[in-house]
Design a binder for this molecule. Structure first.
Ligand SMILES: [Zn+2]
Length: 79
């Protein structure tokens, strides 16, 4: 049976459980959107223009100024 060689430290355990959002563990592959040239996550639709693989999947209210919007996806800002 495989046994870990070193004990996982409290810091490393906390980093692992941080939801992979910490800068040491965030390894999200990014790419440029072919439609609006903004930085998006691979295999996800573009949040600024709503395109994925060259097709418009969702309707974004205004693709030009998408920075001030963003309230249509999710809408769970009460946390
Ligand atoms: Zn886009």
């Amino acid at each position: 049976m495989a046994v870990p060689k070193k004990r996982t430290s409290v810091r490393r355990k906390g980093l692992r459980r941080a939801g992979h959002t910490h800068k040491l563990y965030a390894n999200v592959p990014t790419m440029k959107c072919p439609n609006c040239q903004s930085l998006t996550v691979k295999h996800h639709l573009c949040p600024s223009c709503g395109h994925y693989r060259g097709r418009a999947i969702i309707e974004v209210a205004s693709p030009q100024d998408a920075e001030e919007g963003g309230h249509e996806k999710g809408g769970d800002e009460s946390r």
